[in-house]
Design a protein around this ligand. Structure first.
Ligand SMILES: [Zn+2]
Length: 103
C-alpha cells in the first residue's frame, strides 16, 4: 500500500490524543470556549449545545489534542469540514463562507 500523504498510522497516538481531548473537555479553558460560543470557522455565535470540539488537524492525520489544535466548531462547519483537507479549510477561511444546504 502506498502512502501518498504523510499519515501517522499510530494507533497509540490516536488513543492518547483522543484521551487528551476528553480531558480537555473538562477543563476551564474549554468551558470558557463554550461559554464564549464563537465558532472558530464561521465566527458566528452559538449556544454551548450547538458547538462541538474540533481538531484543526485531525488526530487520525497526526494532529494533537492541545490548545493550538482544538477549536470550538458549530455543527454545520464541523460537517462541512469532514470532506475537506486542512488546506482547503484554510482557503475557505480566506474567502467568505458560503451557506449551503446539507446535501
Ligand atoms: Zn461555524
Amino acid at each position: 500500500m502506498t502512502d501518498w500523504i504523510p499519515v501517522q498510522k499510530d494507533k497509540k497516538h490516536i488513543a492518547r490524543e483522543r484521551a487528551r481531548a476528553k480531558e480537555l473537555r473538562k477543563s476551564q479553558w474549554w468551558q470558557d470556549k463554550l461559554n464564549a460560543g464563537i465558532c472558530y470557522y464561521c465566527r458566528k455565535q452559538f449556544t454551548r449545545e450547538e458547538l462541538t470540539m474540533d481538531h484543526i488537524v485531525p488526530v487520525s492525520r497526526g494532529g494533537r489534542s492541545n490548545r493550538g489544535n482544538i477549536v470550538a466548531s458549530c455543527k454545520q462547519c464541523n460537517n462541512a469540514k469532514k470532506y475537506l483537507t486542512p488546506v482547503e479549510i484554510l482557503m475557505k477561511k480566506v474567502s467568505p463562507v458560503q451557506k449551503k444546504k446539507s446535501e
